[in-house]
Design a protein. Structure first.
Length: 307
C-alpha cells in the first residue's frame, strides 16, 4: 500500500483538539439549570467580606494564589460576552465570540515547577482583577498571562504568547453577568505519571522531551480508513504538545516535526520553535511497536489535584 500524506490541516486540527483535551470548548460551556451566587473563600475557608477584594497577600506566594483561582475556575465560572482569538494553530475563523471562556487544561504541579509567577493589579470588563504573568523556565516555551477576578477568584481572561512575543491565542470576557455559574461537570487537572514517561521513552528510544514537558495521557484513535494512531499528550503545565505514532504521515512544516521509522511515522505538533520539535525526535532511531500499542491499555485517563 502506498504511503498517504495527511494534510497539515489535519495535524494542526489535532493540536487544536488536544489544547483543550478533557475540557469543554467555550461554545459548549452550558450553565447549570440553576444559577446561584458562589462566595469566594479565603485560606482557612473564610469568605471574602462584602465589598472587599481578595489580594495575593492572602496567600503564601503568587503561585499559590493563582492555583487557588484555577481550582475555583474548574468548578465555577464567570459568564457574559467573551472574545476568543486563535492564531496558532491557524484556522478559518481565528476570531469568534462566546458566552464563557474555554476552560484551561492546566496542571498545577507543573506550573509550580516550570513557571515563575508575578502579579499586579489590572481591570477586565470594568472589574478589578489580578494580572498573573507566567514566565517559563524554558525560554523556548510560550509565556502566559492570566487575569483573575479580584472578588470572585475565577478567570476573566488569559493569553498565550510565543517566545518572540507574537500572540498565539487569547480569551477575554468583555462583559460579566452579576452572578457566577456552577459548572455542570468538574474539570480536574491531570497529573504527572512517571510510569507513562518511562514507557514512552522505552517505546521511542532516543526521544528527548523538551525541558519541562511531561506525558500526561495517551489514547488510541482509529481513522475513517481504519488506520490506528496512538496519541500522547505532553504538557509543561500550560503549553501542550501532541506526539502521534501512526502509519500515516504529515509533511513537516512550521509547528510539525515528522520522523519516519519503518512503516510508522512519529509526529510532534506544538507551538515550540521548529528546531526544538525536530531535536525532540532527531535522536529516535527505532520504534518499539509492541510498547506503543500497549500504552493506551496500560495508562488510562488519570486525574488528580495539585501534587
Amino acid at each position: 500500500m502506498s504511503l498517504r500524506l495527511v494534510s497539515l490541516r489535519l495535524a494542526l486540527s489535532l493540536l487544536a483538539l488536544l489544547l483543550t483535551v478533557g475540557v469543554a470548548q467555550a461554545a459548549d460551556v452550558q450553565p447549570a439549570a440553576q444559577v446561584v451566587p458562589v462566595p469566594v473563600t479565603m485560606p482557612g475557608g473564610q469568605p471574602v467580606p462584602a465589598g472587599q477584594t481578595a489580594t495575593v497577600t492572602d496567600f503564601s506566594t503568587p503561585t499559590d494564589a493563582l492555583i487557588s483561582a484555577l481550582k475555583k475556575s474548574w468548578l465555577q465560572a464567570a459568564n457574559g460576552e467573551a472574545v476568543l482569538e486563535l492564531v496558532f494553530p491557524p484556522s478559518g475563523t481565528p476570531l469568534r465570540r462566546a458566552s464563557a471562556l474555554p476552560r484551561l487544561a492546566a496542571v498545577p504541579a507543573l506550573i509550580r515547577h516550570n513557571f515563575s509567577v508575578a502579579v499586579s493589579q489590572d481591570t477586565v470588563a470594568n472589574r478589578p482583577a489580578l494580572r498573573y504573568t507566567l514566565t517559563p523556565t524554558n525560554p523556548q516555551a510560550a509565556r502566559w498571562t492570566l487575569w483573575v477576578d479580584g472578588r470572585w477568584n475565577v478567570l476573566l481572561a488569559y493569553q498565550e504568547r510565543m517566545p518572540g512575543g507574537a500572540l498565539a491565542r487569547r480569551a477575554e470576557l468583555t462583559s460579566v453577568e452579576p452572578k457566577l455559574t456552577r459548572l455542570a461537570s468538574e474539570a480536574a487537572p491531570q497529573t504527572v505519571r512517571p510510569a507513562l514517561k518511562k514507557a514512552l521513552l522505552s517505546a521511542l528510544p532516543g526521544l528527548k522531551l523538551p525541558a519541562g514537558f511531561e506525558p500526561l495521557s495517551v489514547q488510541r484513535r482509529t481513522g475513517a480508513e481504519g488506520n490506528a494512531a496512538t496519541e500522547v499528550l505532553l504538557s509543561d503545565g500550560l503549553n501542550v504538545l501532541a506526539l502521534v505514532v501512526s502509519p500515516r504521515a504529515v509533511r513537516a512544516a512550521s509547528g510539525v516535526a515528522v520522523r519516519r521509522l519503518g512503516g510508522q511515522s512519529v509526529w510532534l505538533v506544538g507551538d515550540l520553535p521548529q528546531s526544538v520539535l525536530e531535536d525532540t525526535l532527531g535522536g529516535v532511531v527505532r520504534l518499539n511497536s509492541q510498547v506503543v500499542e500497549s500504552l493506551p491499555g496500560t495508562f488510562g485517563p488519570a486525574t488528580a489535584s495539585d501534587q
